[in-house]
Design a protein around this ligand. Structure first.
Ligand SMILES: [Zn+2]
Length: 407
């Protein structure tokens, strides 16, 4: 006895009774069940399988098994037997989500074909968005799909939804009968053919072979939103969503923009201008800071030069209150390989030293030998090195040690 596929008769069946016709218990607390009739649609065509319950056993997976359908359930202590009858319940939210997305793909693919002669050569139903890969092979004058063209297709697809065109499934036993319809793609099968038409066959928004589940009208898809277009293996990959997920994606993006524009005390419409103004101001501040830092480097260098010429000590320690390690390094450049003394430039905010010398003593070697005594890290070459500490106390102990070592 072949299973009766209720999803082919009425996609809106959510509850039904079924008798187990075959059963295999597995060791992992699951069982595989074959039923006399099922509305659980098996995984296929890029669409995930239906979920729900058989009795109180949760359906984990549904797969085609030749002409049959096999359901994997969590038995949870149940011992289903051949001949048992269970009431089955479909997870309708999951199914309707699949139906909205899948039908959205039909409508959008039909529109790309109709507007630009683009053929859908690949489909992926991902968690965050769906993609179709459109190959431009019908009209030699059209060589690319721009974002603007995608927006034109999006509007046309939503117009199909607003028209609430009927979605009909027609079944044919013979290929030549099915081929009388205005099919978007050549048939790949010869018998037991299901053709899905969005709109009337004479004026179809889409007409293609498909055995998936679809809502009865285009209006139930609700919304189609395209997010981006990317070039992909000589084709154009369209990222989009349909149905509730399209609404949720729009809502997510709107929420982000709404919160960001609030942070800038702006409306969403004025936000790009406000952001640009803020970026310009930030660039001016950065430039001003750069000029002031250079002036401060010159001033601190003067003080170092004065100390170099007034002391016999081989080591000079210079405390730089507002300099980052990078600022101290920029200051050190003028002394690298030139100064007779060993300079220890201490960047206070970073609790770190830049060491500079003529090459003797070798700065990198000093850091390598002594910094680790005080949990310091760093390194460098003969004329300059960095010594990085986690606190000022350790940094100063390092400086003392170096000073004593070089006396
Ligand atoms: Zn379909």
């Amino acid at each position: 006895m072949t299973v009766r596929k209720l999803f082919q008769e009425d996609v809106y069946i959510k509850n039904w009774d079924a008798v187990i016709t075959r059963e295999t218990a597995c060791d992992d607390g699951t069982a595989k069940l074959w039923l006399d009739q099922t509305a659980f649609f098996p995984e296929g065509g890029g669409q995930s399988c239906d979920l729900g319950h058989i009795g109180d056993m949760k359906v984990l997976d549904v797969q085609e098994d030749g002409q049959e359908v096999v359901h994997t359930v969590a038995t949870d202590g149940n011992t289903p037997r051949v001949g048992d009858t269970f009431t089955c319940e479909l997870d309708w939210d999951h199914r309707f989500d699949n139906m909205q997305r899948h039908c959205g793909e039909h409508i959008l693919s039909g529109i790309f074909f109709d507007l630009f002669g683009g053929v859908n050569r690949g489909f992926h139903m991902g968690h965050d968005s769906m993609t179709i890969d459109i190959s431009l092979e019908e009209d030699p004058k059209i060589t690319e799909i721009t974002y603007e063209m995608a927006m034109e297709a999006e509007l046309a697809a939503n117009k199909v939804i607003w028209s609430d065109a009927p979605v009909t499934v027609m079944r044919f036993d013979r290929r030549q009968d099915a081929e009388k319809l205005p099919l978007r793609k050549a048939l790949a099968i010869d018998e037991d053919i299901s053709i899905v038409c969005v709109g009337s066959p004479e004026n179809a928004a889409d007409c293609v072979a498909c055995c998936g589940t679809h809502p009865s009208t285009a209006g139930q898809v609700g919304l189609i939103k395209i997010f981006k277009v990317e070039k992909y293996k000589g084709m154009f990959r369209i990222f989009f969503e349909a149905g509730r997920r399209a609404l949720e994606a729009c809502r997510l993006r709107h929420d982000i923009l709404y919160k960001l524009s609030n942070r800038y005390s702006s409306s969403i419409e004025d936000f790009p201008d406000k952001l640009k103004a803020s970026e310009d101001k930030s660039a001016q501040t950065k430039n001003k800071l750069h000029i002031m830092t250079n002036a401060l480097i010159a001033k601190e260098s003067e003080a170092v030069d004065a100390e170099i010429s007034s002391t016999d000590a081989p080591v000079i320690i210079k405390r730089l209150e507002v300099f980052s390690m990078d600022d101290a390094f920029n200051m050190a450049k003028a002394y690298m390989g030139k100064t007779e003394k060993l300079l220890l430039l201490y960047a206070v905010p970073d609790t770190s030293f830049i060491l500079v010398s003529s090459g003797t003593p070798a700065c990198g070697k000093l850091v390598k030998e002594y910094a680790s005594f005080y949990n310091g890290k760093g390194g460098g070459n003969d004329v300059s090195a960095r010594a990085i500490f986690s606190n000022e106390e350790d940094a100063m102990l390092f400086a003392d040690l170096i000073t004593k070592h070089l006396k």
